[in-house]
Ligand binder design. Sequence first.
Ligand SMILES: Cc1cn([C@H]2C[C@H](O)[C@@H](COP(=O)(O)OP(=O)(O)OP(=O)(O)O)O2)c(=O)[nH]c1=O
Length: 621
Amino acid sequence: MVLCPVIGKLLHKRVVLASASPRRQEILSNAGLRFEVVPSKFKEKLDKASFATPYGYAMETAKQKALEVANRMHQKDLRTPDVVIGADTIVTVGGLILEKPVDKQDAYRMLSRLSGREHSVFTGVAIVHCSSKEHQLDTRVSEFYEETKVKFSELSEELLWEYIHSGEPMDKAGGYGIQALGGMLVESVHGDFLNVVGFPLNHFCKQLVKLYYPPRPEDLRRRVKHNSIPAVDTFEDLSDVEGSGSEPAQRDTGSCDEKAQAGEAGQAAAEAECHRTQETLPPFPTRLLELIDGFMLSKALFTACKLKVFDLLKDEAPQKAADIASKVDTSVCGMERLLNICAAMGLLEKTEQGYSNTETANLYLASDGEYSLHGIIMHKNDLTWNLFTYLEFAIREGTHQHHRLLGKKVEDLFQDAYYQSPETRLRFMRAMHSMVKLTACQVATAFDLSRFSSACDVGGCTGALARELAREYPRMQVTVFDLPDIIELAAHFQPARPQAAQIHFAAGDFFRDPLPSAELYVLCRILHDWPDDKVHKLLSRVAESCKPGAGLLLVEMLLDEEKRVAQRALMQSLDMLVQTEGRERSPGEYQCLLELHGFHQVQVVHLGGVLDAILATKVAP
Ligand SMILES: Cc1cn([C@H]2C[C@H](O)[C@@H](COP(=O)(O)OP(=O)(O)OP(=O)(O)O)O2)c(=O)[nH]c1=O
């Protein structure tokens, strides 16, 4: 692996990426770099006018991001990192610098500026080497930037809004993500693609080469004579040497080149060793190790949730491990380890005063927040986790595994497995509620549904989506139709006023009872539970209830057509195998299903979260 020698220089150092950008994390870990992530708290508010060039601004911001992290880690008496990497990506068009949009209108302004034009994407990168001398932090900064030119097609207002409503633009410079839906807006790219995504990996490696392998005077002389020394602006021909100096800008001793010079007798052996070092040093399998141990991280998160650690710390001052342990009745040594890994995962903050919740934990992990994911986490902990221990059986047999878990034959999946007691039913409802709530707002606005004055959410469970539809369309009456046992418990999740007046709950079985009449039917996370024959049965029942012009809104997580890249949906399809009789599908597969049942004008919106949306219209037979 040609990149190894240079990335290898950082493998034994404490490297910190001072960035919250998931793209940067992915690019660097895919390159085999091992690092911790400590997002920078530096406010990106430098005076742009004081910079002669846009890239000067990006490099300075990158530097300040990295220095803020280096200083914070040093001051907090954490071990001073060896290297901190900071980056800042900006988009420039017509002399303007565009950063991340502050709201949808801002995103619209940015994207309409980019429509039909070429713009530049600059990423400034700072590599800060740190050392601590007599408790003083000493830093050496190396900076560079990369420019990529991107040209957008002419984009209609409608398309721009559709893209903005996908939610994708909001955390990205210039308001688009070339690596996802935003790629569809792009006509051409000149330069490093990864630079647009947030990190110019190629230039970064070259910079490391400059830092760690500066040319020796004799190299330069020989290069002129024989042209045989790897140029410093390429990292392809470099080899690494055991025990070589790891400080940047210091010539390593005992390099392969020197060994090859050691005399004719030793030359062949030296060359063989050079070769062997390069070929036998495989890339460090960072991603693989993450996958191997990923289940432990999930379980640590589940356990902290189950023990209500995040509830205890919600909006509270930091607490010591011993206090937390005594409040939730666990061992101190166990709790301390759990808290430490939660802090390393970015779920808790650890300071000298103790542990406190991060914003993510307050928002999503405490059980009482509006957007709490506690319900789905408990479902995964108490049910999915156990079912997945039978994954091998599920793969061999091609069926769900509830019978193994329950120790009995399952006749009716939902009644026997999910709704067997009020507790399991409520746990399931909480899980569905938290997942739907997360995306319900985007689902409700994915299409203009204002032409429908009534909707029926078939299998609408707690009414989470109904509530968003009612909020978005004040003239729409929404019926939530579900089994009597579910409707009975839906009171736990009753919509807050004023939408309550628009929402009605009706009890029934969507395979047997007449469906409430409506102009728009909604099937949210329903079809993926059932085998094909039942999917057809349900769609034909919905189709029979529809007048021409009526709509069907399908809300599911969509696979890509090749079933190759949509990792979350692919994983959920595996989950559906283990716990249901259904599967996830691609937009094309849904379109075929819908057309078979007389639904046409199929529109698809990828929402980039946990659910996507498809709208189709019933046509006269
Ligand atoms: C143009 C473009 C930007 N981006 C992203 C890269 C960056 O994450 C983001 C630009 O914002 P930045 O401020 O550079 O980075 P960040 O806020 O995401 O993370 P941090 O400040 O902690 O380092 O936009 C894409 O993902 N795709 C694109 O096509």
